[in-house]
Design a protein around this ligand. Sequence first.
Ligand SMILES: [Zn+2]
Length: 579
Amino acid sequence: MRLIVLGLLFCHFCQQGLAQPNVMFLTPFETDPNYSAPYERTISYYRELAEAFPELEMREYGKTDSGQPLHLMILSIDQDFEAASIHAKDKTILMINNAIHPGEPCGVDASMMFLRDLLLDDAKQQYLENLVIIVIPFYNISGGLNRGAYSRANQEGPAEHGFRGNARNYDLNRDFIKCDTRNAQTFNQIFQEWEPHVFIDNHTSNGADYQYTLTLIPTQKDKLQEPLASLLVGDMLPDLYAKMQETPWEMIPYVYARTTPDEGIAGFLDLPRYSSGYTALHHTIGFMPETHMLKPFEDRVWSVYQFMDQMVVYLAEKGGAVRNAKRLAINQTKAASIIELNWKLDFSKIDSILFKGFEAGYKPSAISGLDRLYYDRAKPYEKTIPFFNTYTATLSVEKPKAYVIPQAYTEVIERLQWNGVELTRINESKELDLEFYYIRSFETVDQPYEGHYLHSKVEVEKVRRIQKVYPGDYLVETGQASDLYIVSVLEPQGPDSYFAWNFFDGILMQKEYFSDYVFEDLAAEMLEKDPELKKAFENARKENPEMAESARAQLDWIYKHSPYYEPTYQLYPVGRMVK
Ligand SMILES: [Zn+2]
């Protein structure tokens, strides 16, 4: 059904080269360009839009932390709203997420106008023949309800906006793997149902000042499997940057700089905890457009609108190549024997980029009297700056044939299920010959990070053990479409593994000890009966003067080398079945 467009001729729209807005479905932003639609108004707008257009469906998914359901808008021109059926027709699916940080709401207002215009503008219908667009109108609902004018100290509007933390003060853009929030749990499941080919998560940046309104974080290319990486770098990004250059909103890579941009900017390593890093684990190219906080809200909204518009044009033309690349990347990962888990920026690989900035300088601060940084907007420049965007793998593991997970770890098991991982229940008690890791060392943050004492720099020792498994334990065979996710979360050394996020902290505490005065006699007896043990003990004492001076340390050494010492201490309980 097409509605008659009752256009209002706003000069602004002419300037943007955009369709004129429809008076029937005018968004609040269009009547006040420094106003962002609150949560309730966003949802009621979409509800009305979906009632007017059969090509748009509004769907409710599971609850969020503040009790409301998570809404998903589905724009499907042939009115097929079932993910499986859309995939069977080999259509491209673009997913857009808004208000993960409700203080950065450009995408909320841009998406409302964007979907409306796609429905109303006949010229745009051609783009939707093989493309279905799904939109989360408002992801961090509780953060959006916590509305005010002050939580973004250095941002040009909107007049009111939501707060970054959700109902439990979590940052949803760190929660995609650990899924503390119901929002993230629901998101995981939506993502698995829809398996989008491309994902956009709309943000506003903090940081340096420069001329651009829109910057872009794509999934870090070196984390993507081929041929997705080549498609992204070789075609998609050049095309999108070129297309945006023809609009008023020329785009630049996200300005990720240690000092001022003059000295160079770097690609962002989007680990799996972040949205685009999470989608990359499922071979979905992710983008975080970051609008510049010092540009007016109105411009930021239109720049995001244009980015989504150009993405639609790209996908209408080249969706087939994206779908094919995703299929090939999945097959390649299924067959891969080595999986990379962590990376570091290679400063020796320097690219360059033409950058339009403002001259930076230092002057005495009116507050401290000390030097302060400032950018001089009266002195714009255009020059080539270094761009560091090559990451090299620092950690890779051999993919096992399967993982074996004790049923006790229900939180891990349900997260795997939300992510579409196939788990096989073991139905009889048996002994399996498996590889295990002992966690030998790790570092932990001093203060809680996103509700956890995150571990990092995990060092392990691999051992082979005969392990008894019981009915109800789980076997996770690899060779699945979700292999990258499986290995990333189950290998304890991964920066976003479930070990790193504290799901296995129980193993890090020794449960039984010994009483010195009782163990003395037993220890003496053991050394007497076992000359090899005695020799090793004497050597340890020689090599370690501190031990030689401590009666307790010497007993402890013997205890740890005795059958009384618990073998499960620091034993990571997920087994690896290898060939
Ligand atoms: Zn953000």
